[in-house]
Design a protein around this ligand. Structure first.
Ligand code: FMN
Length: 377
């Protein structure tokens, strides 16, 4: 196998897009086609858009309760957490913030105003529990639709290497300018070459630390599905289902067993793929909050999805890179270095993402579908 082929295929996108590979069975990407079409309940309609939000490892840990009229209550599915790499459910909470932002946007697009109450029964600490994350009461009211709503279907997490094109200062300010301010979350972009060079090294270091921390690495691999059939059966997690990946899986080169074992082709090529991604970062985006409350995490998640939608609007690709921000012990040196670099005045970096121009269009990530996430259905 040629290394370049493997790298291209690990990204998945180019080949998938070119061939339009259709997995057998249910289409794991069906949720991206006409979200909400045919729904008469405005809550279900808006939720069909909200479940397209970026979320850690695509775990989609959302349980929605619609039992109270005009009300949407979100609970966490505690079987869909990331206990090693996200020990305090900080990132899972960010994903809920992103979901909430798309929910309110989609309600607004239908002329519904949303009254949001975060953690109505109190902020769960140090871990999320059975209490609700948010409650949204809707009412028919004149609202002006957010222009970024139109970008939801274009938004992607693009892990591939980016082109040589630099992200210039005007592109960076367009990106930031597109983000409605979210109180408590401060969004930043750097296009300064020396700083980008330091960040490329640090993000890769975070990935390398994770790969060599067995509990963390295994957690990611366990949530990875390889091949069209496996992804169709598991429309969540990290999906490697391009035709080439499927073939590599069939011949036994790319399997979960191989991915966890240092020294195998699967292990080494995964790291090379990440290195190529880090090395082609043309800018970095990050979000800080002054404190690290659950409300801060929700705010950061809202700001992140806005940035990701703004990037889509301006033709920029975006890829969160979270390992070095995670709380487990072996990441501490990277965590500290990132905070020295990006938050020298204090505060918590909640999100860090590389930015560049995409090589090719990539398909959306699978979704479980709304029906799988409704309570008591
Ligand atoms: C809080 C948070 C952290 C994330 N961290 C990473 C990361 O470290 N690496 C990565 O490749 N993707 C990361 N992602 C992106 C998710 O993996 C992605 O949103 C998910 O797989 C669904 O794909 P989509 O964004 O294309 O819909 C993160 C997303 C969120 C919200």
């Amino acid at each position: 196998m040629h290394r370049r082929d493997f790298i291209r295929v690990l990204g998945g996108g180019a080949i998938f897009a070119a061939t339009g590979c259709a997995p057998t069975g249910a289409d794991p990407r069906a949720a991206w086609v006409n979200p909400g079409a045919g729904e008469t309940d405005p809550r279900r309609k808006a939720l069909s858009w909200a479940i397209l939000a970026p979320n850690p490892h695509n775990m989609q840990p959302w349980i929605v309760d619609l039992s109270v009229p005009d009300t949407i209550t979100l609970f966490i599915d505690k079987t869909r957490l990331l206990p090693v790499t996200d020990p305090f459910n900080r990132q899972i909470t960010l994903g809920c913030g992103a979901m909430l932002e798309l929910l309110t946007m989609a309600l607004g697009a239908e002329g519904q105003a949303a009254e949001v109450i975060l953690f109505p029964d109190g902020e769960p600490q140090p871990n999320l529990d059975d209490r609700p994350v948010f409650r949204v009461r809707i009412s028919r009211a004149a609202t002006s639709p957010d222009p970024l709503f139109a970008r939801i279907l274009e938004r992607r997490t693009d892990r591939n290497a980016y082109t040589d094109r630099e992200v210039d200062p005007s592109a960076a300010s367009n990106l930031l300018g597109g983000i409605r301010p979210i109180p408590g979350a401060i969004s930043n972009v750097t296009v300064t070459p020396e700083r980008i060079a330091r960040l490329k090294a640090l993000v890769y270091q975070g990935a390398d630390v994770e790969a060599h921390t067995p509990a963390a690495h295994h957690e990611s691999v366990e949530r990875t599905f390889i091949g069209a059939r496996d992804v169709a059966a598991h429309p969540w997690g990290i999906s490697l289902d391009s035709p080439f990946m499927t073939a590599m899986n069939t011949v036994g080169v790319l399997t979960k067993e191989k991915m966890v074992e240092p020294g195998t082709t699967a292990f080494n090529e995964s790291l090379k793929f990440l290195k190529a991604g880090a090395d082609t970062s043309r800018a970095f985006f990050w979000i800080t909050t002054q404190t690290n409350t659950r409300a801060d995490q929700i705010a950061a998640g809202r700001a992140y999805v806005l940035a990701n939608l703004s990037a889509a609007k301006f033709g920029l690709a975006m890829h969160p890179w979270s390992q070095g921000l995670q709380e487990y012990a072996t990441q501490k040196p990277v965590y500290d270095a990132l905070h020295r670099e990006l938050a020298p005045q204090g505060g918590r970096i909640q999100m860090l993402a590389r930015i560049g121009y995409p090589e090719a269009e990539i398909p959306p990530a699978p979704r479980r579908g709304l029906a799988a996430q409704l309570k008591g259905v």
